[in-house]
Design a protein around this ligand. Sequence first.
Ligand SMILES: O=C(O)CCC(=O)C(=O)O
Ligand SMILES: [Fe+2]
Length: 356
Amino acid sequence: MGEVDPAFIQDVEHRPKLAATHAEGIPLIDLATLSSFSPSDSVVTASDAAFKGLVAEIGEACKKWGFFAVVNHGVAAEKRERIEREAREFFGQSLEEKKKVRRDEKRVVGYYETEHTKNVRDWKEVFDFAVREPIVVPASPKDGEEAITEWINQWPEYPPGLREACEEYTQELEKLAYKLMGLIAQSLGLPANRFGEFFKDHTSFARLNHYPPCPTPHLALGVGRHKDSGALTILAQDDVGGLQVKRKSDGEWILVKPIPDAFIINVGDIIQVWSNDMYESVEHRVMVNSERERFSIPLFFNPSHYTMVQPLKELTDEHNPPKYRPYSWGKFLVARMGGNFKKLDVENLQIYHFRV
Ligand SMILES: O=C(O)CCC(=O)C(=O)O
Ligand SMILES: [Fe+2]
């Protein structure tokens, strides 16, 4: 066992307890009613009551945890298995091969192995790709500069099936993302399509994560504590486990137990702002272990770059005034992605910087 690079070592208060608590986990929600329900049904039926129950469950989960797991979500198991297989093949190559599709300041999506979260290096390697290509974003994070640019995927030569596997998988997940946004809208008392307009040219991307075994799992993290800055995250994790959520009720780090075929959903910062803090984006992190490598695939569902993110008018009034000033999602994203390439002297951009 060699010395671990000090760049990976977490401050004492952020080191994980390896015997993490399993107690009172995140809610598990069955989406089966969704496939039997069509919103155009004019007759009130039993499925209508079931649907209302589902919307209420989603609302409760968003309020209490900001995280939930879903089953019977309609995503074909073969598509998920295929992308998981291709991801293993890709990461199994030499560093030299993987670096051929490495991310840099110009090619913002691709392979990356030196990401830092809150200035501590993460024990992981990743491969990012745009869900809808190209991702159109502002060329500069600075206000007043109007030029736009495009982020284009970099596909490796090997494995040859990776691209198709990624594209087919994210097509399915995109449908699930819209369904979930519809349910979340309804749980806030809004029309199902309330968020639709924000995603016309969505800037969503997906990430293949590989967490190799770590000789010092008590000192390092796969991903340090953070909140997701987009609207919604849909995560596929394998059977190893390691994702922990900071429980809102007491601040304990709770392990998210792997459930075969389930997806883990979490509210991102944008839903927090849209809902004026009714639903909060919750901190999470990833533990690593010394024996088994772990793979996960989050999809970050993000609005169009020109979206001005602000609390929805329907959810604010004189007793509950907007808690955030409007901010440009595109500028925010570009500032964050730019900041990801180096250790920063200052903390990167966060929604609380826009708090009124
Ligand atoms: O690997 C995981 O379980 C979660 C990863 C994560 O939180 C992220 O990439 O934002
Ligand atoms: Fe995350």
